[in-house]
Design a protein around this ligand. Structure first.
Ligand SMILES: *[C@@H]1O[C@H](CO)[C@@H](O)[C@H](O)[C@H]1NC(C)=O
Ligand SMILES: *[C@@H]1O[C@H](CO)[C@@H](O)[C@H](O)[C@H]1NC(C)=O
Ligand SMILES: *[C@@H]1O[C@H](CO)[C@@H](O)[C@H](O)[C@H]1NC(C)=O
Ligand SMILES: *[C@@H]1O[C@H](CO)[C@@H](O)[C@H](O)[C@H]1NC(C)=O
Length: 187
């Protein structure tokens, strides 16, 4: 018994180490064949970000991958010009709608989705989505102010949509910690 436990601990440690060393996102591919220069295994909610930043025209192309907590759930990725928090974030939010994926844009001005505008501070185009192994993937291009070097990003998943509006997400630590700074150009 002691030996079995020991073996299991070693296996678990080996798994942790291998996860720490290799990025999962590098092996991810898309049906639409989009390819990005950079990818990041995000630290929470089993999410991934693929991105290419063109500093000449300050355009960011992204693919964001996350599993909704249930089949009716939503996933979102946003840029916050103020700080890495929910309020003020400029969000892309996707969910399955029959067989299609709908992507909405939200200016997250409060904790009440009914108050949110759909016009974003930034131009966003080429919005599309895919579904893969229980994940929803959002594709988009963003235009940022000139010479921007990093942005605050916030990502999230939630349980569903009611009357067209996203239900609030869980408040587990991984939901609260799903935010960071995306360094667009090398430091
Ligand atoms: C993104 O990828 C490019 C090309 O491989 C590399 O030069 C650059 O340093 C990467 N940027 C970051 C922030 O990792
Ligand atoms: C970056 O944007 C500039 C201006 O639009 C364009 O000429 C250039 O080809 C782009 N670079 C890449 C790598 O796509
Ligand atoms: C899905 O989208 C396609 C193309 O926009 C449309 O033709 C089709 O009716 C939609 N299907 C559903 C189930 O909404
Ligand atoms: C987003 O909402 C805030 C607060 O209501 C408002 O001040 C701002 O103008 C809105 N942004 C856009 C792009 O509409």
């Amino acid at each position: 018994m002691a030996r079995l436990c020991f073996t299991l601990v070693i296996l678990a440690l080996a798994l942790l180490v291998s996860q720490g060393e290799s990025q999962t996102c590098t092996s991810q591919t898309f049906e639409n064949k989009n390819v990005y220069a950079n990818c990041t295994d995000l630290p929470h909610l089993n999410a991934y970000l693929h991105w290419t930043y063109n500093s000449t025209d300050s355009t960011l192309a992204i693919a964001f991958i996350a599993p909704p907590p249930n089949p009716e759930g939503w996933v979102s990725w946003s840029i916050n010009p103020e700080s890495p928090t929910m309020i003020s974030s400029q969000a892309l939010l996707a969910f399955k709608n029959n067989d299609n994926i709908t992507i909405n844009t939200y200016n997250v001005s409060s904790y009440n989705p009914a108050e949110w505008g759909t016009k974003l501070l930034y131009d966003v185009w080429d919005l599309s989505a895919e579904e893969s192994n229980g994940n929803i993937i959002i594709f988009a291009k963003w235009k940022f102010p000139e010479k921007i070097e990093k942005v605050n990003h916030v990502w999230q998943v939630g349980p569903g949509i009611v009357e067209g509006l996203p239900l609030k997400h869980a408040m587990n630590p991984e939901n609260k910690d799903s935010k960071g700074i995306l360094q667009l150009v090398g430091i």
